[in-house]
Design a protein around this ligand. Structure first.
Ligand SMILES: C[S@@+](CC[C@H](N)C(=O)[O-])C[C@H]1O[C@@H](n2cnc3c(N)ncnc32)[C@H](O)[C@@H]1O
Length: 235
């Protein structure tokens, strides 16, 4: 039997109107939709954004991804999950794997795509890009990422401010995702580097409880939501 197609579908960063026509079209067609449960926030947000566009009879399945850095455990998990997806594809069903924002930007889908390609190179895979969290956030905060000859980069803040030290002197704007656990350490690094220029924290962008703080120092010691990012704009 001809296998189905696997679609990696970005469903946008939270604002239900920031989903593409192409994503809507695919969600309306596929019989099975997978969402990763690596973070409760991402799972429910991705589903929330996709829900109203799904084909009525679509089956929604949750894939578990443990929060671990153990490479062996991760590899095993990817393989187990890939087998689950492959079982549907091999029945000729088209399948979507939905992710918040864009599927190839800090997303579990990247690993799944690689694992499925390794295990079953014959499976057709299509990517539907999504509006990323940082595009939505810079728009909400009205911060230009780059113009003329400027550069910007996107980094992860999950390890604190070390990455920032590596890149800050070379670019005009840095976007840091995954800052929620390390915000205080990142603010320390910004102070250490003497960066007082425009720093904006955007939380839950596009949602009813969105927060835009132009003075993230005021958030020191506080718990910030998982869906938070920093925009550091040099002047
Ligand atoms: C695993 S990454 C997913 C990135 C996503 N694939 C994208 O294209 O933006 C999760 C991080 O994205 C950022 N994020 C995603 N949605 C967001 C939102 N609505 N508001 C603020 N930050 C968000 C946060 O930094 C969060 O910790």
């Amino acid at each position: 039997m001809k296998p189905g197609t696997l679609y990696g579908v970005g469903v946008g960063p939270g604002d239900p109107e920031l989903i593409t026509l192409k994503a809507v079209k695919v969600l309306n067609q596929v019989e099975v939709i997978f969402a990763a449960s690596s973070s409760k926030n991402e799972y429910s947000l991705a589903l929330e954004n996709a829900k109203s566009h799904m084909y009525n009879g679509a089956e929604v399945l949750r894939l578990d991804f443990p929060m671990t850095r153990d490479k062996q455990v991760l590899r095993k998990t990817w393989e187990v999950n890939a087998r689950q997806i492959l079982a549907h594809l091999r029945q000729g069903k088209d399948v979507a794997f939905i992710t918040i924002g864009d599927p190839l930007t800090y997303s579990t889908f990247g690993y799944m795509m690689q694992t499925i390609t390794d295990m079953a190179p014959e499976i057709p895979i299509r990517i539907v890009p999504g509006v990323t969290s940082y595009q939505a956030a810079t728009a909400a905060a009205r911060e230009v990422m780059a113009e003329r000859e400027q550069t910007f980069c996107v980094i992860s803040g999950s390890e604190g401010g070390e990455r920032l030290k590596e890149v800050i002197s070379r670019v005009d704007c840095v976007i840091m995702l995954k800052v929620y656990r390390q915000l205080d350490r990142i603010l320390d690094t910004l102070q250490e580097l003497g960066i007082k220029d425009r720093i904006t924290l955007v939380s839950r962008c596009g949602m009813k409880d969105q927060v835009i703080s132009k003075n993230p120092e005021e958030l020191r010691g506080k718990e910030v939501p998982y869906l938070s990012l920093l925009i550091v704009k040099k002047q």
